[in-house]
Design a protein around this ligand. Structure first.
Ligand code: A3P
Ligand code: EST
Length: 290
């Protein structure tokens, strides 16, 4: 893969350069009725929710979840890099029941997900921790352009000039339609506060009835510490020239409020102002500390 390819624009949304090549197939993608879809803005806990759902559909059987890396078990719909099967190709060949990951804003989700009335789990995270996490992800994964200094990245983030576009449009767009469709809208901060409560919500939402000891097992297998050590969840199987975990691990901190250690007073003020401005027209709110 070319190092640090520039971002491209598809249907008005900035996307990772190589991903743009498969955009038509993404839009034409055929969802199936029993697909489970996880949607997030990047760095909002996608991998965490993916691991929970994969364990859940396999009734907590952690031998089954060792069958492959998380990005193979829960394929990324928009994924496309040269000389590798794309997300849509992988998904088309996969047996049901599929768990699918996507970073698409609501208005760009392929129509078949709505037609088939698929269950969608949307996971949102506060903007400050997302920004910090995304900056480190840009640094370590060469599929992204160079992030520049933190100040430069912050400006691009506020302008929506980063992969998958504006954070606020994303979280608000999905929030707006959550009651009209089969959408469970969750928060990363709530998952940290009481993971079992949130895991139970997911279980009920997907129509499962698992005993308490299985729920406990799912919880134990998806703690930050366990997932950080799990090679099938921590992205350590990706070659280091593609994702350099020594620059920043994928499982980096897994907390709420890391922004306090990372942002200067001035950067924090810029973000407060951004948040206030962008969230004026919604009743959606976020917690910035646990
Ligand atoms: P940090 O960079 O703040 O540590 P995504 O999977 O959407 O890319 O999100 C990655 C973020 O989720 C990272 O945040 C990562 O550490 C965190 N994360 C992954 N697994 C987690 C878990 N089991 N518990 C808490 N946070 C987790
Ligand atoms: C891109 C965005 C994102 O939020 C998560 C991931 C995880 C999987 C990553 C992909 C990505 C970018 C492209 C890769 C891929 C794993 C291999 C591939 O080259 C880095």
């Amino acid at each position: 893969m070319v190092n640090r390819p520039p971002i491209k624009i598809v249907s008005g949304m900035p996307i990772l350069g190589p991903f743009a090549e498969n955009w038509e197939n993404v839009q034409d993608f055929e969802a199936r009725e029993d697909d489970l879809l996880i949607v997030t803005y990047p760095k909002s806990g996608t991998t965490w929710m993916s691991e929970i759902l994969d364990l859940m559909i396999h009734n907590g059987d952690d031998m089954k979840t060792q069958r492959g890396a998380i990005f193979q078990r829960v394929p990324f719909l928009e994924y496309a890099v040269p000389d590798m099967p794309s997300g849509t190709e992988i998904l088309n060949a996969l047996e049901s029941q599929r768990v699918i990951k996507s970073h698409l804003p609501a208005h760009l989700l392929p129509g078949s997900f709505w037609e088939k009335q698929c269950k969608i789990i949307y996971l949102a995270r506060n903007v400050k921790d997302v920004l910090v996490s995304y900056y480190h992800f840009y640094r370590m994964a060469i599929v992204h352009p160079e992030p520049g200094t933190f100040d430069e990245f912050l400006q691009n983030f506020i302008d929506g000039k980063i992969a998958f576009g504006s954070w606020s449009d994303h979280v608000k767009g999905w929030w707006k339609i959550r009651h009209q469709k089969d959408i469970l809208y969750l928060f990363y901060e709530d998952m940290l506060e009481d993971p079992k409560r949130e895991i139970l919500k997911v279980m009920k939402f997907i129509g499962k009835d698992l005993p308490e000891e299985v729920l406990e097992k799912i919880h134990q297998r998806t703690t930050f510490k366990t997932m950080k050590e799990n090679h099938m969840a921590n992205y350590s199987t990706i070659p280091s020239h593609v994702m350099d975990l020594s620059v920043s691990p994928f499982m980096r901190k897994g907390i709420c409020g890391d922004w306090k250690d990372q942002l200067t007073v001035a950067q924090n003020e810029i973000l407060d102002e951004y948040y206030k401005r962008e969230m004026r027209d919604t009743d959606l709110t976020f917690r910035f500390e646990n």
